[in-house]
Design a binder for this molecule. Structure first.
Ligand code: ADP
Ligand code: ZN
Length: 285
């Protein structure tokens, strides 16, 4: 049997097909433009195969509430062509097979739990720090979901004493995403993150915000692993700074797993999302 996966990002869609062993047979990357244009290429790719099921991990916000009239839609995205678009419905209509539907970060969390850094556990949290900040969690082996999906990137944080940046989130200004995602770094310093590698203060401030978020996630969910991915984490000095600040803020209140084991990067690297989508496809009935 063959399974399909769509990791739908705001910049590009990665599509893949695999066998039952999760061996990826072929993958393509398609630019995210309009739903019509992008999905035409997605369908051209999948039409070559006889698929059993498909898993979608999408950028969001998306409607994941099965009781909702707009279940399967992309909802309030700034990418206007996709706003209120019935993404799941379009894929289901085309293939008439089971299609799993979740967020890109939920898929990555699930992939890491089953095949990556969190293997052997029942719970983990995956956070991406890139163009935006998004998080997904697996609790008791299942992707965490309530009336909708979590929006962990928009957590409210305390400002660093040396930072008076107003933030870039159109909704909240200086929420976590507003002060710590890639575009916030770029706007605050007038340079891209990758060109600020040697500026220690930049990454101390960055770690200060991310550590606050991680403390809060820990207090609420107590996940067995926290996995940090996304472009900004390519600054490898950041991980240690985050752990240090996390220890400082947590102040030994919660006895977490050893921080070197607890706060990690994705073992599946850039394949976390696509792996999660394939696993969810296999489990979708
Ligand atoms: P996306 O979030 O769009 O899926 P990424 O996770 O690659 O994509 O994140 C892109 C963001 O990460 C950009 O804002 C970019 O400036 C930032 N970024 C990418 N590489 C680096 C790096 N080496 N150091 C710091 N920031 C980086
Ligand atoms: Zn926000």
């Amino acid at each position: 049997m063959m399974y399909g996966a769509i990791e739908a990002g705001g910049t590009k869609f990665v599509c893949a097909v695999s066998d039952e062993q999760l061996e990826i047979k072929e993958r393509v990357s398609i630019p995210t433009t309009t739903p019509e244009e992008t999905l035409k290429q997605v369908f051209d790719f999948f039409d070559q195969y006889k698929l059993t099921s498909i898993g979608i991990g999408s950028f969001g916000p998306i409607d994941v509430n099965e009781k909702s009239a707009t279940y399967g839609y992309v909802t309030s995205t700034p990418k206007t062509a996709w706003k209120n678009y019935d993404f799941l419905g379009s894929v289901k209509k085309r293939y008439g097979i089971p299609v799993a539907w979740t967020t890109d970060v939920n898929a990555a969390a699930y992939g890491e739990l089953k095949r990556g850094s969190a293997q052997g556990t029942n719970s983990c949290l995956y956070l991406t720090i890139g163009t935006g900040i998004g998080g997904g969690a697996v609790v008791d082996g299942k992707v965490l979901s309530g009336f909708g999906h979590p929006e962990m990137g928009h957590l409210l944080v305390s400002m660093h004493p040396e930072d008076d940046f107003e933030g870039v989130c159109p909704y909240h200004g200086n929420c976590l995403e507003g002060v710590a995602a890639g575009p916030a770094i770029e706007k605050r310093y007038g340079k891209k993150g990758m060109d600020l590698a040697d500026d220690k203060k930049v990454w101390e401030i960055e770690a200060y915000y991310l550590a606050q978020a991680l403390v809060n996630y820990t207090l609420i969910l107590s996940p067995e692993k926290i996995i940090l991915g996304g472009g900004v984490m390519k600054q490898t000095q950041l991980l240690d700074l985050i752990k240090k600040e996390f220890a400082n803020l947590m102040a030994d209140y919660v006895n977490t797993p050893a921080l070197d084991e607890y706060i990690v990067t994705p073992e599946l690297e850039d394949n976390a999302g696509i792996t999660g989508c394939l696993l969810m496809a296999m489990e979708e009935k």
